[in-house]
Design a protein around this ligand. Structure first.
Ligand code: F6R
Length: 272
């Protein structure tokens, strides 16, 4: 871990504050590569929960580079993505299916049948059984060993928007207006992003054995503070991360900007 990083325990979550985003991405890539390597050496498989969005791109870039340098293999891995827009074609520019191919799947040796992204192209009549099958496939794989998460500015994890309950499961949801706005740039200028999505539920996410959440930049500072120090409530779905476990095994990697409202708060409350 970078020498300048410091780790605090805040409300049960291990919070590591890095000097910058690069250092946090490198540490996250190390964590994932270490897990892949450890399991491979022991002849075991590994199940990863994956996120899309701006946050994990640098992590995937590093993992691809390490794979090309023959330092890491995904041959014994299985992955489950958190979410996907609905309705959306698999190859649509804004689809998370396409995102995963562009940033990871097309560049590593993860077996084709072991990459799972919820299918946003199905008709509504086929959705309920697809989403139930998705949950069943996670269970059949043995559950998620490590789930990667970004934090939405409104506190969403996956596409569990404010109002999502602790016991929610993989399902069709309506996106918050601010989420649609935040992700508009991933879609061609003349198209509107879908207003609905399918997402793993909060209960599904919390069943992962370990969680690594990341947040970077000033724009995430307020939600980081609410997640860690505000009430645990459906209004801030990420606050449910404090209910992981037992034992609670959640890391939150931040850069200084995303942690900027936290150090003052932890000093005041005496936590950390
Ligand atoms: C993406 C996802 C979302 C994002 C969140 C943050 O699969 O589930 O919860 O992690 O919207 O997005 P970025 O990283 O673009 O700030």
């Amino acid at each position: 871990m970078a020498e300048s990083a410091r780790t605090l325990n805040v409300s049960g979550i291990r919070v590591t504050i890095f000097s910058d985003r690069d250092a946090a991405e490198a540490a996250a890539a190390d964590r994932i590569a270490g897990l892949l390597d450890d399991r491979r050496m022991r002849g075991l498989s590994v199940v990863l929960g994956l996120a899309t969005g701006r946050t994990p791109i640098g992590i995937y870039r590093r993992l691809v580079a390490r794979h090309r340098a023959r330092e890491v293999s995904f041959a014994h891995a299985e992955t489950f993505n958190l979410d996907e827009y609905w309705p959306i074609g698999l190859q649509d520019p804004g689809s998370f299916h396409r995102f995963m191919h562009e940033h990871l799947f097309d560049h590593v040796d993860l077996p084709r049948g072991k990459r799972h992204v919820p299918n946003g192209s199905l008709p509504v009549s086929a959705l309920a059984s697809h989403l139930a099958d998705y949950e069943a496939a996670i269970r059949a794989a043995g559950g998620i060993d490590l789930q990667i998460l970004g934090l939405g500015r409104n506190g969403h994890i996956g596409f569990n928007e404010p109002g999502s309950t602790r016991d929610s499961r993989t399902r069709l949801v309506v996106l918050a207006a601010e989420t649609i706005e935040a992700n508009r740039a991933s879609f061609p200028a003349d198209t509107s992003p879908p207003s609905r999505a399918v997402t793993m539920g909060i209960a599904t996410i919390l069943e992962s054995r370990r969680i690594l959440a990341l947040a970077f930049g000033d724009a995430k500072a307020e939600i980081v503070e609410k997640t860690l120090l505000g009430p645990i409530s459906p209004e801030v779905p990420a606050s449910f991360l404090r209910e992981h476990g037992p034992p609670c095994d959640v890391d939150l990697f931040l850069d200084e900007a995303a942690a900027s409202r936290l150090s003052a708060a932890t000093d005041r409350s005496g936590r950390g």
